[in-house]
Design a protein around this ligand. Structure first.
Ligand SMILES: C[S@@+](CC[C@H](N)C(=O)[O-])C[C@H]1O[C@@H](n2cnc3c(N)ncnc32)[C@H](O)[C@@H]1O
Length: 363
């Protein structure tokens, strides 16, 4: 296989896989979820579907559940709110939760969590049943008119595909104007696909509530710093130039303006109820570092959070001829490099976490 073929295969492939310890290294997502809960409450308040005729369970779905810890928090909160709202009827006595993620999700970690951890919604709430779905949320996941409430926390920044190769960086924030435009178009197209699928699944009066990463300041250099660590591996001869070029992260961010135009919803039979920036907050890891002052702990916790989200993209960029063991060793080397970088200048990693919350209802 030629280098060019390998490179275009890397462009087409999107084998996103969170690492097994995502539950322990996703505190920024967990913290954002706390600020997102008022949006979940608003979605429940806006839910108007007629439950008197319904004989089946009350169906909810979490789109992008990963390995379950944050998902369980979101789902438990949602079910409690729904049951409080419909306390006088039996319509929510049985709730079916569809936990959706990519086929390569660490499903066995999710199952262990759901079955064995006291924080699992299955352990906390009676009358709740769970099934999983390993299909991209940019496609239809549930039968038509079956979904009462869908949620998604910090997932929609993952594009369905890499829209273009990035010529001089691993992240589109630092791409050329043309490359950034291709990512913006991909983000808009993916948002349209997500809405179209949810519009088919939702019952009339059903709601969808999503929290996603919003436009990041270039000065928030955490992405640039990861790329610098990948570049350092190339300089040291740990990876080849082609592997550096193949390291392209298929993520994009959306602004409130991107999701505020009502016509994009109306044509899909959806109604936009809310689209707002959530309160910003400093990265949880840095915030904690300011309290405990332990640099080693900060470096370890922060770099683990990078690893659980970026490692599969980096591993996919490595030459296909490498053995799995070799790839694992190179990945480990990347995080050694990145730890040293973070330890040298921890201030650089004091970034602001910005997200947008959206609530939509099916007409
Ligand atoms: C940062 S994690 C968020 C997990 C969890 N919702 C939370 O609050 O921590 C993003 C998740 O979205 C999933 N994901 C990304 N693109 C997806 C897609 N097209 N379909 C389904 N899941 C997707 C990833 O596999 C990952 O588990």
């Amino acid at each position: 296989m030629s280098a060019q073929q390998m490179s275009s295969e890397a462009t087409a492939k999107r084998n996103l896989k969170m690492q097994p310890d995502y539950n322990r290294s996703s505190r920024n997502q967990a913290s954002s979820l706390q600020r997102f809960k008022p949006f979940i409450d608003a979605a429940v308040a806006a839910h108007t579907s007629d439950l008197t005729e319904s004989r089946g369970p009350f169906v909810i779905a979490d789109f992008g559940c990963s390995t379950g810890l944050n998902s369980s928090d979101a789902v438990s909160h949602l079910i409690r709110e729904v049951r409080a709202k419909y306390a006088s009827s039996q319509s929510c006595s049985s709730v079916l939760v569809v936990l959706n993620d990519m086929p390569h999700n660490q499903w066995s970690v999710l199952f262990d969590f759901l079955n064995g951890d006291q924080r699992s919604f299955l352990k906390q709430l009676p009358g709740v049943f769970a099934v999983t779905s390993g299909i991209s949320f940019y496609d239809q996941v549930l039968p038509p008119s079956s979904l009462q409430i869908g949620i998604s926390n910090i997932c929609l920044h993952w594009c369905s595909q890499l829209p273009t190769k990035l010529s001089n960086h691993g992240f589109s924030l630092f791409g050329t104007e043309k490359e950034q435009e291709a990512f913006r178009k991909q983000a808009a197209k993916d948002w349209g696909s997500f809405l179209q699928a949810r519009s088919k699944e939702l019952v009339k009066g059903g709601v969808i509530v999503a929290n996603f990463l919003s436009s990041q300041d270039k000065a928030a250099s955490i992405f640039d710093e990861i790329y610098k660590s990948v570049e350092a591996l190339r300089s040291r001869g740990v990876i080849e130039s082609e592997e550096l070029v193949n390291f392209n992260c298929p993520i994009c961010f959306r602004s409130v303006e991107d999701v505020s135009e009502p016509s994009q919803y109306e044509r899909l039979g959806l109604e936009l109820l809310r689209a707002e920036a959530l309160p910003q907050s400093r990265s949880t890891y840095y915030e904690d570092f300011l309290q405990h002052g332990d640099l080693d702990r900060f470096v370890s916790e922060y770099v683990n959070s990078c690893r659980v989200t970026c490692e599969s993209t980096f591993s996919d960029a490595l030459n296909a001829a490498r053995s799995e063991a070799d790839k694992a060793a190179v990945c480990a080397e990347l995080w050694v490099e990145h730890r040293a970088r973070v330890a040298r200048q921890p201030r650089l990693f004091e970034f602001t976490w910005r997200t947008v919350g959206v609530v939509l209802r099916k007409l």
